[in-house]
Design a binder for this molecule. Structure first.
Ligand code: TXA
Ligand code: MG
Length: 323
């Protein structure tokens, strides 16, 4: 295949998608690898381009809550929560309607649905007569892309076009929720904080903890995700440095503290300590470090408030293959 082009032509992206091609699209969370969500050939192309296992279902992206109702059953309680966050970094897990291909949901009776809050992609979705399937636009298992250049590096010869919408403002993937009669389940922590969801519902909000291999409900919960090529360890930087950092070229990911050992390069995510700012910079920094000359990455454990949960979740998944 020829090399992917990067551009800002929404009409061209729409034409490619109408022809059954896959196109990278910007969202406020991370870049997505989009294809016609109602067309199995387009969906197959997404799985192939990403080298993604077929048991890992894709999120359906559309432009309005009214449009969601064409594809899924949505309860009043779900709509009440959705209205606070959509468009935005929230994905709803809903009972699917027959129009949604089984390949999109990997055979599940539920479909994940989201309305991205990015003007370019909202304009694109409104031009199309079909919704878009879009996983993050990275090769399977690697860090999600938050710029068009990251997409190009990962999928250079797999796709024809990357629609450039600038750097992603939220910077971590959407929060996936399922509103059940007695509880709101959070299947993946992400760009909407758990506290923000709890603030708009009287139901208890419960974060689904790690699954064993047999019980994977949301394969994004598989631990070996979002991993850079450079070994990464999370925890107390001084302890980790003693164990893994001496004599090595060390990159440190921290909220705002600077570490002074001579072989450490500091990557502070938010000098003012703001956790949402830190989340917005996390993947950008991980890409930068991975493209540099480092032997090891040491990351702080972030405060478990707001988007700190999503940051720690992604860091722990990145660490898993090295521990
Ligand atoms: O922010 C986001 O959600 C980004 C942007 C591009 O929208 N997309 C994204 O997609 O992160 P992906 O495919 O990288 O992660 C989607 C997660 C996966 O863990 C997948 O297993 C889960 O959503 N998922 C999708 N459909 C599902 C379903 N029917 N049931 C359970 N989990 C589902
Ligand atoms: Mg992904």
């Amino acid at each position: 295949m020829v090399e992917a082009k990067i551009g800002t032509d929404i009409a061209y992206a729409a034409t490619l998608l109408q022809q059954g091609e896959v196109v990278a699209i910007p969202t406020e969370t991370v870049y997505g690898l989009a294809g016609n969500a109602l067309d199995t050939h387009s969906i197959e192309k997404i799985y192939i381009a990403k080298q993604r296992p077929l048991f890992n279902p894709l999120i359906l992206h559309t432009h309005s809550i009214a449009a969601i109702q064409q594809f899924a059953q949505i309860s009043d309680a779900t709509i009440a929560i959705a209205q606070h966050f959509m468009p935005g970094a929230l994905t709803l897990l809903l009972p699917k309607k027959a129009i949604v291909p089984d390949l999109l949901t990997a055979g599940s009776s539920k479909v994940a649905v989201r309305i991205p809050n990015h003007p370019v992609t909202l304009a694109l979705l409104k031009q199309l007569s079909f919704p878009l399937a879009a996983p993050s636009a990275n090769p399977f298992g690697y860090i999600s892309p938050v710029t068009a250049a990251h997409v190009l590096k990962g999928l250079q010869y797999q796709i024809p076009y990357i629609l450039d919408g600038g750097p992603c403002s939220v910077g971590v993937e959407s929060t996936i929720i399922e509103v059940l009669p007695q509880v709101v389940m959070i299947h993946r922590v992400g760009g909407i904080a758990v506290e923000a969801i709890q603030a708009v519902t009287n139901l208890p909000v419960q974060v689904v903890k790690k699954h064993t291999a047999q019980q994977v409900h949301t394969p994004g919960q598989l631990k070996s995700h979002y991993a850079p090529h450079t070994p990464l360890y999370v925890g107390d930087i001084h302890q980790l440095y003693e164990q893994y950092g001496k004599g090595k070229r060390v990159a440190v990911i921290a909220l705002r503290q600077m570490y002074t050992q001579p072989n450490i390069t500091n990557f502070t995510l938010a000098p003012d300590g703001d956790i949402a700012t830190a989340a917005a910079h996390l993947f950008e920094v991980m890409h930068t470090i991975d493209n540099g000359h480092f032997d090891v990455i040491l990351a702080e454990s972030f405060p478990e408030i707001g988007l700190g949960l999503a940051i720690n979740d992604r860091l722990h998944r990145a660490q898993v293959q090295w521990k």
